[in-house]
Design a protein around this ligand. Structure first.
Ligand code: G3P
Ligand code: CA
Length: 279
């Protein structure tokens, strides 16, 4: 469809707030999305999993992270209990009881410590739209064959259908959404079933040419771990008509190097550092 293609090509540089703005506020929480929006990112990056009652929940893992989680009584969750907690076996009301903000995050010392819960995707979108009706959403479907096999997530088609149904319900224009995944099965399924959606291929190892062998088509965006990039790699990705948007770039010197390589965007925990570099 020519119109969709034209729209896909209309992007400016994408400055993405990773998990909201993890460097400054608890990851994937309303506070982090508010922070990112206030700082002026043009894209919010977030991760989604599915609850037992088929809600699309914003979370990096389909279990709990003991390093950042307090239970409903305000007690730190043990490593064992955190790992055993299966979101796909718990209703959202249960998941929401955990506080993933008050403890802070020792890896991000500047992060504010504030009581926070795991929000629904619908809630994040509704809120973001009140702040910026042009914001872009980079939504990562957190899917792996192992989590599927172990019962921590629905199968690929069901997982994708639930996320897309939620997005359709939010009535967002399709040009403002990117679906990203490390799982080629997710990308293949959405490409086939919902071809109107823009897709980003996430990778963490190997070069572009090798990774592309995992896909039967060319998605719009290639998002590698940033250390895998150099100038030649960036231009070979762009020559294949893909935009290159690396993750997760947190140091100013790395941001500058990547901007000099000509990347089309940056995914960062620190939009406060990246934004001034673009001005
Ligand atoms: O969007 C890219 C980046 O978020 C992928 O890594 O583990 O932070 O979800 P992760
Ligand atoms: Ca992510």
């Amino acid at each position: 469809d020519a119109t969709i293609l034209e729209k896909k090509q209309q992007y400016n540089f994408e400055l993405q707030g990773h998990r909201g703005a993890r460097g400054l506020s608890p990851e994937n929480t309303m506070q982090a999305f508010e922070k990112a929006l206030n700082l002026g990112v043009n894209t919010i990056e977030l991760d989604v999993v599915i609850s037992k009652d088929n809600k699309v929940v914003v979370s990096h893992e389909p279990w709990l992270n003991d390093e950042i989680t307090l239970d409903a009584k305000g007690k730190r969750i043990t490593k064992k209990d955190a790992a055993a907690f299966n979101m796909y076996k718990n209703k959202y009301q249960e998941i929401k009881k955990y506080d993933v903000g008050s403890l802070g995050n020792s890896k991000f010392p500047e992060q504010e410590k504030v009581a926070a819960y795991k929000p629904l995707l619908s809630e994040v979108i509704a809120f973001a739209e009140t702040k910026n009706t042009e914001i872009l959403y980079n939504i990562e479907i957190k899917s792996t064959p192992t989590d599927e096999k172990n019962g921590f997530q629905p199968a690929v088609a069901e997982f994708s259908d639930l996320v897309i149904a939620q997005l359709k319900k939010a009535k967002l224009p399709v040009e403002r959404i990117v679906i990203q995944s490390f799982d080629p099965r997710i990308l293949e399924y959405i490409h086939k079933t919902y071809p109107e959606f823009i897709l980003a291929f996430l990778t963490y190892q190997n070069d572009f040419k090798t990774n592309m062998k995992m896909l039967s088509f060319v998605p719009e965006i290639y998002s590698p771990y940033f250390v895998l990039l150099n100038k030649e790699e960036v231009s070979s990705i762009q020559k294949n008509d893909m935009r290159v948007i690396p993750w997760t770039v947190n140091k100013k010197e790395d941001m500058i190097n990547l901007l000099n390589m000509g990347v089309d965007g940056l995914i960062t925990d620190y939009p406060n550092i990246a934004i001034p570099l673009r001005k």
